[in-house]
Design a protein around this ligand. Structure first.
Ligand code: DX5
Ligand code: ZN
Length: 226
């Protein structure tokens, strides 16, 4: 699959979300929506009512990343509302198979997210249940943090797990992805790139997203896994 760019609106202007989403409509593949509940992570952002409002205005599909304590209860509702991709965290889900299946049954892509300190091998048996694996490249909770290079070996191992079983699973990286780090992520095996501050911190977010895509495409072409 060609590299995809999913700008995170965590770094957008929350008072003008519809405008900020419209600014990237021609340059991105997804809009990444970070849902935080101040329990799973020490930050509070937005929830279903705002996602429902965004769904009415966004030309791009929503990639909802649920950093919440009880994803089993809430995740299917995001899919039912119309989000096209819903990520639950492995560290929070009590019944991941049931919840991932409920997300798919509601018509969305089902995704499993794991934190920097969580091993991917623990979840190898779940790969058949997911459409995407999200590897956090910062500790979740805030935008603008420094990329954690220590996750790159895990990106490689995750790509190998997916390739060895010939699974159609996308591999997303999230946190600190920028012009400085995106090539390393693509080279290691990522194919969906979340970027918050690198896109919305730029004067021209669309141009920043286009540049990130160009870098990812070139690095992927040169990568041994592709
Ligand atoms: C962090 C969020 C990320 C964040 C990325 O917990 O999941 O999506 O917005 O922001 P940057 O790209 O600035 O690290
Ligand atoms: Zn995120």
């Amino acid at each position: 699959m060609a590299p995809q760019i999913s700008p995170s609106i965590l770094s957008a202007d929350f008072a003008h979300l519809a405008d900020d989403v419209a600014r990237i409509a021609d340059a991105a593949d997804w809009v990444h929506v970070d849902v935080m509940d101040n329990h799973f992570v020490p930050n509070l952002t937005l929830g279903l009512p705002i996602v429902e409002a965004l769904l009415k205005t966004s030309a791009l599909p929503l990639d909802c990343h649920l950093m919440i304590e009880d994803p089993d209860r809430w995740a299917p509702q995001y899919a039912e509302a119309g989000a096209k991709s819903v990520t639950i965290h492995a560290e929070a889900a009590k019944a991941p198979v049931r919840t991932l299946r409920a997300i798919r049954a509601a018509g969305a892509r089902a995704s499993l997210g794991i934190n920097p300190g969580t091993a991917v091998e623990t979840y190898a048996d779940l790969l058949g249940e997911v459409d995407m694996l999200l590897l956090m490249t910062v500790e979740p909770g805030f935008g603008g943090q420094k990329f954690l290079d220590m996750v790159l070996p895990k990106v490689r191992r995750a790509r190998a797990l997916i390739r060895d079983r010939d699974l159609p699973v996308w591999l997303q990286v999230d946190g600190g992805v920028s012009a400085e780090t995106i090539e390393r992520c693509a080279e290691a095996g990522a194919d969906v790139f979340v970027a918050g501050s690198a896109v919305y911190g730029a004067d021209d977010p669309a141009e920043a997203a286009r540049r990130l895509r160009e870098q990812a495409v070139k690095a992927t072409e040169a990568a041994s896994w592709s």
